[in-house]
Design a protein around this ligand. Structure first.
Ligand SMILES: NC(=O)c1ccc[n+]([C@@H]2O[C@H](COP(=O)([O-])OP(=O)(O)OC[C@H]3O[C@@H](n4cnc5c(N)ncnc54)[C@H](OP(=O)(O)O)[C@@H]3O)[C@@H](O)[C@H]2O)c1
Length: 402
């Protein structure tokens, strides 16, 4: 009998990791082999397929939700092995990190122990890497809070959390971090389920102000860390060098005040400078105005070439694209709302979206954009709506746009 074990550490609390992968019968479709999965026998047997399309049939043998592990055997697979039993386990590692461990034992058939161990070790390592990448990425759909103040923002966040949102975008300048924090606290949703973004205002970009200002944001948000901190706008007239604020932001991450860091409203040239300062790998996203009427292709292409994710803000163009006849037609065909179509379009292009709403019904229906699947022809029609129409370009703040 041979065995192998692979593990990976993810700076995310065990409850959140388990929430994502703890269902034997509900694995997300971005994991390798999973897109073809089918269930039978009440969810205890799942059929996957390897990249060559060959079936792998697995049976759940043990499941422990408390200790966060499950074990499964293989009933049928193209592997040169028998007597297979594997266990996937999520263990705590400090306060808010997890070790995900995948181990297996098996008897080789017609190959050496060494060969079969290497084979399974490779599969486990690829799967765990995909998991970490996903967990460290920017979630596809969240809710924005710009312009929302006082009771309005409290209601919006409460409604959003009730509806199922777990991603909230705020900023120091929105003047609502304390209300967002209060609404989160009142909701009882555990912190580790949430993904909270804030943004550093231009007054706080200098080395001596950035971290203290972020600590103030954390106090208002009633949390020890945010998931993502962005530079809201580049420094006016280059007053604070990009190198200085990116280094301070990286230091905030090193201190555990924020899980990920990124930028917002950055042009290609500013992204280049940010990359020079901290490296492309350190920059999780560039949050930019992006909707059907402003598709921002130059910035998107450059960010893509550097592996930097794009977050689309004002995806609905603050409501302006919702009356577009092309979008209305596509929506009608899908039995969807125009807002769902626009959000689905942006997500299909790989962008994260954070639409805001003060209406419970709109929050609910925007969340359902995740279920709208657009065709290539729908995508092409929306691509053709680009007219470089920028809605947000504050005087004295906006850089020289690409
Ligand atoms: N980084 C930056 O510089 C920056 C700049 C701007 C925005 N942002 C972020 O991006 C978020 C989104 O942008 P945004 O709020 O300006 O604009 P948006 O999400 O494009 O549009 C929000 C508007 O659309 C309406 N709306 C939402 N869902 C709808 C639906 N299903 N049907 C009809 N109308 C709907 C809302 O009205 P109701 O309230 O009536 O639903 C609201 O007036 C902001 O909240 C903020 O967090 C970042």
């Amino acid at each position: 009998m041979a065995s192998t074990i692979a593990s990976i550490t993810i700076p995310v609390a065990p409850a959140r990791v388990w929430q994502l992968i703890g269902g034997f019968n509900a694995l997300p479709d971005w994991l390798p082999y999973i897109p073809h999965s089918e269930l039978s026998e009440g969810g205890r047997v799942r059929t996957l397929a390897n990249p060559a399309g060959e079936a792998i049939v697995e049976r759940l043998e043990a499941f422990n939700d408390q200790e966060r592990f499950y074990s499964y055997s293989i009933l049928q697979a193209p592997f040169p092995a028998r007597d297979y039993l594997a266990t996937l386990r999520v263990k705590p590692a400090g306060d808010s990190a997890s070790v995900v461990e995948w181990s297996g034992s098996f008897t080789p058939v017609g190959v050496t122990e060494q060969e079969i161990m290497q084979h399974f070790h490779g599969i486990y390592t690829d799967g765990l890497r995909a998991l970490k990448e996903k967990m460290m990425g920017i979630p596809a759909l969240g809710m924005g809070t710009f312009r929302l103040q006082g009771d309005v923002v409290m209601d919006s966040v409460r409604n959003g959390l009730e509806a199922g949102y777990r991603v909230i975008d705020t900023a120091q300048i929105y003047g609502n971090e304390a209300e967002v924090g209060a609404a989160i606290a009142a909701s009882g949703v555990p912190r580790e389920e949430l993904f909270i973004t804030t943004k550093i205002w231009i007054e706080n970009l200098s080395r001596d102000k950035l971290i203290p200002s972020l600590k103030e944001s954390l106090a208002k948000l009633r949390t020890d860390y945010v998931d993502l901190t962005l530079i809201h706008w580049p420094s006016r007239g280059g007053e604070v060098p990009v190198q200085e604020f990116m280094a301070a932001l990286a230091e905030a991450k090193a201190q555990g005040l924020t899980r990920q860091i990124g930028v917002s409203n950055f042009t290609v040239e500013l992204m280049r400078q940010a990359i020079d300062a901290v490296g492309a790998d350190a920059i999780a996203t560039n949050q930019i105005e992006l909707h059907p009427y402003l598709q921002n292709r130059k910035v998107v292409e450059f960010a893509r070439s550097q592996g930097i994710h794009i977050t689309s803000y004002m995806t609905l163009a603050y409501g302006k694209v919702l009356g577009d006849p092309v979008i209305a037609k596509i929506a009608e065909r899908h039995g969807a709302t125009p807002a769902q179509v626009v959000l689905a379009w942006a997500m299909k292009l790989g962008y994260a979206v954070i639409p805001s709403s003060t209406q419970r019904a709109n929050l609910d229906s925007n969340l359902k954009a995740l279920n709208v699947k657009l065709s290539d022809s729908d995508m092409a029609q929306i691509a053709a709506l680009d007219r470089n129409e920028r809605l947000t370009s504050p005087d004295g703040l906006a850089p020289a746009w690409d």
